[in-house]
Write a protein that binds this ligand. Structure first.
Ligand code: PEP
Ligand code: MN
Length: 338
C-alpha cells in the first residue's frame, strides 16, 4: 500500500505517519520525489488498515499496489531512479552509460591494457569477473581475490569504477571491499538469499535477468533487494532461453520499454551474452540504445586468444571504440548523451 502525501507536508507530519506504520507492525519506506513524498507501507494485509491512514491530514491518497512487487513499481515512484556510482557516474538520467572489459580477469598486463583502452574509448565503467559462474565445473572458475585486487588497481590507473559478479552470500563482504558495483548474474537471478545479502550491502547492484525468468519474476527479484533497504538497483537484460540456436540467447529488447513502463529502475542491455556472436554485438547494442536502454555492457579483450572465458564473443578494443562512436550517434538522435 502506498500513501501519497499532500505537497508541502512537513517533516513532523511524515514522522507521525511513520510512527503509526511501525505501531501497526509494518515497515515504512519513504520516497521523496521532486514534488511530493510517497510512503510505502510494507507488509502483508497493510491495506486492511487504510482508514487509519486516511485520517491523517497530510495523506492525500491511499493506494493499494496489486502487483507482487511494490517498491520497484512505477506506482510507488513515478520519477526514474538515478543511481550514482563512484564519484560521478550517474545511471538512469540523460547519459547512456557504457561498461566494457573482459569476461574474466586473467593476467595483470591484459587487464591494465584493457582498462586503458576502455578509458581511451570513452567507457564509463570497467567490468571483469573474479568469481565465474561456469556451466562446467572443469572450466576456469575465476582468480577470486587476486582478480579483485587487479580490478582495484585498474580503477586506480584509470579512475573507472569497477563492476564484478558476486555468486554467493559469503562473497559479498570481500567483493564490497574492492568493487563499486556488485553484479548478480543470470544464473543467480533468483538466488533469494544472495539477493537479500546484497540488499543489506548498500552498494549499487546490477541485476541480470535470469535465463528463464519472466519480467515479472525479474522485478520480484529486484524487490528482494529494495525491500532490504538498498534501492540502488540497475536491471540488465542479457537474453533468455528460447528455441532459437543461431544466437547464444535471444536478446529480448522489448524488455527495455516494458521495464520502463512497469518500474522506475534503470535498465542496461548486455548484447555480448545476449547474442554470443562477435558480429551481432554492435547491431544489438545500437538497437538497445535506440530502444531506451540506460546503459550497455560489453565484453572486450585485447588478446582474445588469451582470454580464459567467452573468448569468441570478446570485441577487440578497436571494435569497441568504433561501437562507442556509433552508440554516441544513436544516443544523440534520441536526445541523450554518452
Ligand atoms: C557475465 O556478465 O560475466 C556473465 C556471466 O553474464 P550472465 O550472468 O548474463 O551469463
Ligand atoms: Mn562472459
Amino acid at each position: 500500500m502506498i500513501l501519497t502525501l499532500k505537497t508541502g507536508s512537513s517533516k513532523k507530519d511524515i514522522e507521525k505517519i511513520i510512527l503509526k506504520i511501525k505501531e501497526l507492525g509494518f515497515k515504512p519506506q519513504v520516497s521523496a520525489g521532486a514534488e511530493r513524498v510517497v510512503i510505502g507501507v510494507i507488509g502483508e494485509k497493510a491495506i486492511i488498515h487504510r482508514d487509519k491512514f486516511e485520517q491523517f491530514d497530510a495523506v492525500e491518497a491511499v493506494t493499494a499496489i496489486s502487483k507482487p512487487y511494490k517498491l520497484v513499481s512505477r506506482e510507488f515512484k513515478k520519477e526514474p531512479s538515478i543511481i550514482t556510482i563512484g564519484k560521478n557516474v550517474k545511471v538512469g538520467g540523460k547519459q547512456v552509460i557504457i561498461i566494457g572489459g573482459p569476461c574474466s580477469v586473467d593476467t595483470r598486463a591484459n587487464l591494465m591494457e584493457n582498462a586503458r583502452e576502455m578509458k581511451k574509448a570513452g567507457a564509463h565503467m570497467l567490468r571483469g569477473g573474479a568469481y565465474k559462474p561456469r556451466s562446467s565445473p572443469y572450466s576456469f572458475q575465476g582468480h577470486g581475490e587476486k582478480a579483485l585486487e587487479l580490478l582495484a588497481e585498474a580503477r586506480k590507473l584509470t579512475g573507472l569504477p569497477v563492476v564484478t559478479e558476486v555468486m554467493d552470500p559469503r562473497q559479498v563482504q570481500i567483493i564490497c571491499r574492492y568493487a563499486d558495483v556488485l553484479q548478480i548474474g543470470a544464473r543467480n537471478a533468483q538466488n533469494f538469499d544472495l539477493l537479500k545479502e546484497v540488499g543489506m550491502a548498500k552498494k549499487p547492484v546490477i541485476l541480470k535477468r535470469g535465463l528463464a525468468t519472466t519480467i515479472e519474476e525479474w522485478l520480484m527479484a529486484a524487490e528482494y533487494i529494495l525491500s532490504r533497504d538498498n534501492d540502488q538497483v540497475i536491471l540488465c537484460e542479457r537474453g533468455i532461453r528460447t528455441f532459437e540456436t543461431a544466437t547464444r540467447n535471444t536478446l529480448d529488447l522489448s524488455a527495455v520499454p516494458v521495464v520502463k513502463h512497469l518500474s522506475h529502475l534503470p535498465i542496461f542491455v548486455d548484447p555480448s551474452h545476449g547474442t554470443g556472436v562477435r558480429e551481432y554485438i554492435g547491431p544489438m547494442a545500437r538497437a538497445a540504445v535506440a530502444a531506451g536502454a540506460d546503459g550497455i555492457m560489453i565484453e572486450v579483450h585485447p588478446h582474445p586468444a588469451e582470454a580464459l572465458s567467452d573468448a569468441h564473443q570478446a570485441l577487440l578494443p578497436t571494435q569497441f571504440a568504433h561501437l562507442v562512436k556509433e552508440i554516441k550517434a544513436v544516443a544523440e538522435a534520441i536526445g541523450r548523451t554518452i
